[in-house]
Design a binder for this molecule. Sequence first.
Ligand SMILES: *[C@@H]1O[C@H](CO)[C@@H](O)[C@H](O)[C@H]1NC(C)=O
Ligand SMILES: *[C@@H]1O[C@H](CO)[C@@H](O)[C@H](O)[C@H]1NC(C)=O
Ligand SMILES: CC(=O)N[C@H]1CO[C@H](CO)[C@@H](O)[C@@H]1O
Length: 393
Amino acid sequence: MLLINVIIRLSIDTFFMCFVQPLNAKNSMDQNSPFYQHVLTRVIKHYLRDLTNFEKSNPAYSLVSNLTWKYFFKSRAFIQSHNIIELSQVEDVNDSEGVLITVSCRPKIHDLIIFYVPNIPLFGSEPYFYVEYLTTLHSLLLLQGFDSPAIFINKFPEICKESPLEYCLKVFIESLIKIVSENPNSKIVLMGDSLGATLILNYLSIKNNVFVNDAFNDLNNMIVSKDNDLNPFAVLLISPIVNFSKNLEDVRCSDYLGQSTINNYGSFYCTDISKEQFSASNWKLVEMWNRIVPNGGMVITFGDEELQSNEISEMCKIAFETNRVKIVKKANKGHCWPLMSFLTEETQDEKEDSCFLFAGMLSRMVLYQTENYRDPERSHEPMNLLTIDDDHL
Ligand SMILES: *[C@@H]1O[C@H](CO)[C@@H](O)[C@H](O)[C@H]1NC(C)=O
Ligand SMILES: *[C@@H]1O[C@H](CO)[C@@H](O)[C@H](O)[C@H]1NC(C)=O
Ligand SMILES: CC(=O)N[C@H]1CO[C@H](CO)[C@@H](O)[C@@H]1O
């Protein structure tokens, strides 16, 4: 029923936009994307006003509901005869709550585990949104030479949608401790989008004592009291939100994530938005980033049309000086472009482009550090998936 609502909504919006907004008047982001993307961003923008009201009876709920995405995933996988994803298997896990993607026919010892932190206010409690995208990435990791990669999507309780950073971090750290202690020899990569990416940055700054702050001491004790090394090997961030300062004038931005949504995020996520530890765009010292960026490196990707594009650029310039950060700035794209492209591009190649890119980067960052790859009996050599001629960016 909810799904039908959205479909009706989508078609009404499409109908209106065909009249109200002629194609040649679209902004550069929409001109360079399929029409679907134009429609989807308009619908998301409309519903983001309801952000804190995603009750199950709200039609907007079906946009995020894991039931919707589970159904989409199953039917699309069937239509495509499980093409390339046939080796990846998806299961719900109960002890550290979330969804786990693994390989059915490979050893239980994972050489690589991607710990995915969802965009908490939207999809934190509905992890199925990410399953299709991450399953595609997972199968490409297999082709890139990983022996038994796994991807864990962390599920956050509903209450986290409107909880401060500290509470979300607690959920995150509890799951991370479980994953790390169950897989002591795996290389852990933290990956997240939007507010999830922000949470990862905040986590790394607290873990590495970048700020001295009483409120964080409890969390720090929790991290330190465990024997496990909870520093990830590497990090991959998609469009982190880096500035929570309120801007009262409504900045004009063609992207779906606008200032009012960020104000909204900030009002529950930050106990005090003026404090510098919440907004990574205020972290101006290379010394800070030297502590934050893990040894294996950090990839930061964003679109040049998103609201905080300049702030992320400036932040990246400082982080770049650590020599361990790679920046991927995509032209004519908005907030979380890999996911938006995946949902709306028409050809399979274009949809999966970001998965190819990320799988290639992860293999360059991590593969040589895994034992299986160096072992003559167990190694799977990478296939060269990226060709120089393809224009990936
Ligand atoms: C997880 O919990 C659900 C319902 O509580 C149950 O049906 C399922 O068997 C459990 N899965 C595992 C692996 O324990
Ligand atoms: C953060 O946003 C505020 C309001 O838009 C702006 O005044 C400030 O310069 C921004 N901070 C940085 C570091 O870009
Ligand atoms: C993994 C997960 O969160 N599953 C939930 C998806 O949504 C349905 C309906 O809301 C729940 O019953 C599942 O537990």
